[in-house]
Design a protein around this ligand. Structure first.
Ligand code: ADP
Length: 212
């Protein structure tokens, strides 16, 4: 097969970073809020998408420019060529992170709903986004997620139809020190969303004194 890839040395000599006139700070000023990444992690059916989309709706109503990146949606297009083995999951995440960085640079508040089961991967995201990153652990037992099973995927995993399914046949590594934990087994959806909004407000993550 023909190799079209550019070597690392060629990369450093052929590619230049073009610095635009409009910087992130200007975009943030125009929007009247900071940009950043709110990363929801947790088992499938723990509630990541539900909460991310409802939080987005509330933020949007406050005039905050947002975008939700959802696991399945990304795999429909950008990452359609990737599977669920360890290496493909890594590449899936690498591409997602690059998209998040561009969106944050463009001035958006990005909310993501990815299982992201490996500590190593979440550390990678944090290392790339640094202070622009907030990790929210959507905590729910496998038993409850399996009971909810909104897409019928746990059943398929139990029946062996789906391999490498997080929580059943692939691991989920609990976040050691997330910025926030949402126990969706104990809280109703409305309260869960309020907890996130209060947390963001308390941390001045989106709007600090500069923008008030
Ligand atoms: P995920 O994105 O983590 O795969 P989903 O948001 O698609 O999960 O599904 C979560 C399911 O759990 C939904 O059917 C939702 O109604 C239900 N649910 C029950 N309690 C909560 C809660 N407190 N927060 C979020 N979802 C909840």
């Amino acid at each position: 097969m023909k190799d079209n890839s550019i070597s690392k040395i060629q990369h450093s000599t052929l590619l230049y970073w073009y610095d635009g006139y409009i910087k992130r700070a200007e975009r943030n000023r125009l929007n009247n809020h900071k940009s950043g990444l709110i990363w929801f992690t947790g088992l499938s059916a723990s509630g990541k998408s539900t909460v991310a989309h409802l939080v987005e709706k509330k933020l949007w109503q406050q005039g905050i420019r947002t975008y939700v990146l959802d696991g399945d949606n990304v795999r429909h297009g950008l990452n359609i060529d990737l599977g669920f083995g360890r290496e493909d999951r890594k590449e899936n995440l690498r591409r997602i992170v690059e998209v998040c960085k561009l969106m944050v640079d463009a001035g958006l508040v990005v909310l993501t709903a990815f299982i992201s089961p490996y500590k190593e991967d979440r550390s990678y995201v944090k290392s790339k986004l640094k202070d622009d990153y907030i990790e929210i652990y959507v905590k729910c037992s496998v038993e409850e997620c399996e009971r909810r099973d909104p897409k019928g995927l746990y059943k398929k995993a139990r029946d062996g139809i789906i391999k490498n399914y997080t929580g059943i046949s692939a691991p989920y590594e609990d976040p050691g020190a997330p910025d926030l934990v949402l126990e969706t087994e104990k809280l109703d959806i409305g309260t869960t969303v309020e907890v996130v909004l209060d947390f963001l407000k308390g941390k001045d993550f989106l709007i600090d004194e500069f923008y008030r």
